[in-house]
Design a protein around this ligand. Sequence first.
Ligand SMILES: [Zn+2]
Length: 225
Amino acid sequence: MRTQMATEAGRTTAPSEDRALVGPNLLAVLDGVTAKPETGCEHGVGWFADQLAAELLRFAHLGPAPALTEAIKQAAELHSGTCDLDHPGSPSVAIAMVQIKDDVLRYLVLGDATVVVDTKRELHVVSDTQTNRTAGAKPSDVEHALTGEIPVQDVRRVAVLSDGAARAVDLFGLFDWPKALELMAANGPDDLIRKMRQVEKEDVKAVEWPRTKVSDDATVVYLER
Ligand SMILES: [Zn+2]
């Protein structure tokens, strides 16, 4: 199996709050939710995404849902003494993860991140763009995740994307998902981001494609067998 990743901040003036993770059996993209004016946290979204990513790697031997549950608990402990974790603006992330273990691919999506799995028979596209759900300070957040399993032997290609990258397909319609996977197979995931940035530049006032962020942090982890 071969894995490639690409990530680019949405603006040159602020660091990206996306994180990409490639572990021994785990692929994940975490997308920090843009901080509200009040968060109750002295650390910030980038810090939270870093801690959650590190903890996820530590628990990668578990399945995606238990790994995320443990990671949320551990990340919360790191700042429960200094920060108000019950604050409604407490840092959180949208997350999409894929674990390959024991001949099974298991995925988990919480929020508007996306998992795409191309099998010999069909294309699975999993995302939750409707509910504003995220992984924050509470392990119970994981109950709302979309999860599933696919036999590894059926898997051809996998892509895990933050919404800032998935909008190449689901907002701009530059290509459909099968074509996006073909593009990444041929040119790598950075080409998807490059082509999308070009379109964003041509519509800097967000008129043709209405959107709140002209360019958003964009991250893709791409795997092929
Ligand atoms: Zn904090």
